[in-house]
Design a protein. Structure first.
Length: 90
């Protein structure tokens, strides 16, 4: 699965790669090469990040699902108890 990013995000990522090379590497990188490098990382490393994010979401959802019974629990057979409380209050 290829990870696609929005055109604007892609442009910003390419500009960031170019800046990184300009500031940290001895060799400069052009726009086309930066775009190719971005494509490589999206295809090669992107799935690792994507899969980790999916696993994190699954874990979080599983945690929430396990708490649903506590959040929406209703006590059973409460009809007569309300009358018993009224009698005690008199």
């Amino acid at each position: 699965m290829t990870i696609e990013i929005a055109k604007e995000a892609r442009q910003q990522a390419i500009a960031s790669i170019e800046r990184y090379f300009n500031e940290n590497m001895e060799e400069k990188i052009g726009n086309i090469a930066a775009g190719a490098l971005l494509g490589f990382f999206l295809e090669e490393v992107g799935p690792i990040v994507y899969n980790k994010a999916v696993a994190d979401v699954q874990e979080r959802l599983q945690s929430r699902i396990s708490e649903v019974d506590l959040e929406v629990h209703e006590d059973e057979f409460q009809y007569w108890r309300k009358f018993e409380r009224q009698k005690k209050g008199r």
